[in-house]
Design a protein. Structure first.
Length: 162
């Protein structure tokens, strides 16, 4: 089982990629509260851990050349002028294969996983994208990925049995 903060990282990364891909090539304002919900400020004026982690994910993606932006918003509530880099665009439009033989682009897979609330698949797809982005490793042939059952499939199966 993946630690919660890593699951949150995968979720934010998927949301950012889907949002920026949908707006591509137009620069876009990414606000933390649009991704993770309202920011909860503590009595010293600092954002909650989840909001801070979301903002730091945006910065991390930029530092790893997956998005670029013009400036940060005051109090680190978001970034202005965000756009996918060419490298990220190529990675997102690259193909992946599920173990059952189903092949589609990474961005299509991310969209499908979001729609189905298949959060384990979000992590699997993001890890596949990051593996493809590694420059320090030797190239590898991508193996088919194992797709988990989504919550909507589980609910549908339960309703069918009743």
């Amino acid at each position: 089982m993946t630690p919660l903060h890593i699951d949150d990282f995968y979720y934010v990364t998927a949301e950012v990629f889907c949002e920026l891909y949908a707006a591509f090539p137009i620069r876009h304002l990414l606000l933390v509260e649009d991704i993770t919900g309202p920011i909860k400020w503590d009595m010293t004026g600092l954002p909650d851990r989840k909001s801070r982690a979301c903002f730091e994910t945006l910065i991390w993606l930029s530092e790893h050349h997956l998005l670029s932006f013009r400036t940060t918003e005051p109090r680190d509530i978001g970034i202005e002028g965000a756009v996918l880099t060419q490298h990220a665009f190529v990675l997102l439009t690259g193909k992946l294969s599920w173990d059952e033989g189903h092949t589609l682009s990474r961005i299509e897979a991310l969209r499908n996983a979001r729609i189905k609330c298949a959060y384990d698949d979000l992590g699997t797809i993001i890890k596949d994208l990051f593996r493809a982005n590694c420059h320090w490793d030797t190239p590898f042939m991508a193996e088919p990925l194992a797709q988990s059952r989504s919550l909507s499939d589980t609910v549908s199966d339960g309703e069918a049995e009743v």
